[in-house]
Design a protein around this ligand. Structure first.
Ligand SMILES: C[S@@+](CC[C@H](N)C(=O)[O-])C[C@H]1O[C@@H](n2cnc3c(N)ncnc32)[C@H](O)[C@@H]1O
Length: 240
């Protein structure tokens, strides 16, 4: 499948501003839990697919990993490089990375699989690049969150799913918060689609988290202490 990266090429500047503003989006409220879940790098090798401007790579570096940052959009990788986010940089589609197979202890797909057109091909490639026994970490917007909405702005407002949870659908959304705009585009799929891609790549899910945001009482993310905003998985490449 030929990747259409027009959306992320056109929105790269928006994304870089959005992602670089401390405290601005959900990332900052899950950062500590992510670090705890991943644990110490101890010099092991990590690859991020769909690195954007590099903030997840910088977290991995802080944890002590040797990090390779990759993204299909050159402007994203350039921004990651300017911020000294990683040790190596690669501009390539996640489904065809010019990297040595079986060479990474950890591959991280942090909120990128739902933006990658051929998600199963990216999971397969991650499996090839992992060392036997290595881990693929996946974070996606929780499949339930994609298909429903809170019916009001109160933290206890009901959450409603209209239509069906099942099926793969393209989503497009524009958000504006504190003067920063971002246009999102990607694919919403049920959990089963991710599980099928993992199974087909002959990898195994070893752990699942539905992490809670680290927030105060006044936070606009308060409702997400009732319904999970993200789904995290650790997926293992079998040995031998
Ligand atoms: C929502 S951003 C996430 C960036 C970063 N992981 C973070 O959490 O800050 C999604 C990223 O996936 C990248 N992306 C989309 N399709 C891709 C593909 N086929 N191969 C590699 N990267 C891709 C986009 O360019 C974008 O940088």
């Amino acid at each position: 499948m030929k990747t259409d990266c027009r959306h992320w090429t056109e929105t790269a500047e928006e994304w870089i501003r959005w992602a670089r503003q401390p405290g601005h989006d959900a990332f900052w409220h899950f950062r500590a839990t992510f670090a705890e879940y991943i644990g110490a790098g101890d010099g092991k090798s990590a690859l991020e697919i769909g690195c954007g401007e590099g903030r997840v790579c910088r977290e991995l570096k802080k944890l002590g990993f040797r990090v390779t940052a990759s993204d299909v959009v050159p402007a994203m990788v350039e921004a990651a490089r300017e911020a000294d986010s990683a040790d190596e940089y690669v501009v390539a589609d996640a489904a065809a990375l010019p990297l040595k197979s079986s060479s990474f202890d950890l591959v991280v797909a942090y909120n990128s699989l739902m933006d990658i057109e051929d998600m199963p091909a990216a999971v397969r490639e991650a499996g090839l690049l992992l060392k036997p026994g290595g881990t693929l970490f996946i974070s996606v917007v929780h499949p339930f969150r994609d298909r429903g909405r809170f019916t009001g702005s109160e933290p206890d407002s009901p959450f409603m799913i209209e239509g069906s949870y099942y099926g793969r659908e393209k989503f497009e959304a524009a958000e504006e918060i504190n003067g920063l705009k971002m246009h999102f585009m990607g694919w919403s799929m049920p959990l089963e689609d991710y599980a099928a891609a993992i199974e087909e790549a002959e990898l195994g899910i070893t752990s699942i988290r539905e992490p809670l945001p680290d927030i105060n009482e006044a936070s606009r993310f308060r409702s997400w202490t009732r319904i999970p905003l993200f789904l995290w998985m650790k997926v293992r490449k079998f040995c031998g």
